[in-house]
Design a protein around this ligand. Sequence first.
Ligand code: NAD
Length: 253
Amino acid sequence: MSGIVEGKVALVTGSASGIGRAAAQIFAREGARVVVSDVNDAGGAETVEMIKGNGDDATYVHCDTSNAGQVEAMVKMAVETYGSLDCAFNNAGIGDPTASLVDCTEEDFDRFYQINMKGVWLCMKYQIKHMLTQGGGAIVNTASIAGLIAAPNLGAYGAAKHGVVGLTKTGAIECATKNIRVNAVCPGVVRTPMVQTLFDERPDMEQRMIKYQPVHRLGVPEEIGEAAVWLCSDAASFVTGHAMPVDGGIMAV
Ligand code: NAD
């Protein structure tokens, strides 16, 4: 049986770990050739090995998504390696440190903006530029439920993620007649190394988070990856400009 992204080329940023790694593996399982990208070269190489270990095709490119030159080179490398760029999952991001608006430093605010928001815009800029010449494509950005509602002590993070939702909607409308769809996934709390860092800093938080979830458990990276791959697939051909919560019901409360 052929997969939902059979024969397509998929690029996943932040795929050395967590949600990005799971999504890269699902893209490969569903028939795509995958460009794995991250700043963590060892983790990226590991993701490629995992995909190749299943008999699928993947390659790694180092890219700091907050750096325009590196993003442009990443997109160029994907196209040169596999001949096209059909699906892009702009997922790279940071989650630490948490702080109230009063305690957040200017340096931390700028870092969240640079990586979590400007990085997504840069990826979209060069991906859309290529997809316009190619005649189509699908982009999914990782926002967060913190991009839809307020989360105390996540002001800088949440502002950047609200920005990702705004960029997603703008991209969808700008590209609506160009056969390019742009959507976002908005994960709830998902058990990844990023979240584990927060739990390690605040051991009380894990149980509080689990209790707060309507489903009384945290998400797993694969549950976000499945949504991202579906949104990139032709099965979602009428879905664009959508910020989809994948959150175990938090947004419904
Ligand atoms: P993670 O830390 O496991 O993975 C993030 C990856 O992004 C890492 O491999 C890291 O090296 C990479 N990265 C960081 N800065 C980068 C940069 N400048 N350029 C390229 N790569 C960079 O975390 P995760 O939980 O898998 O997070 C993935 C995305 O999901 C992030 O955008 C995060 O904000 C978002 N998210 C996560 C959760 C959650 O609960 N885990 C919830 C909502 C949103």
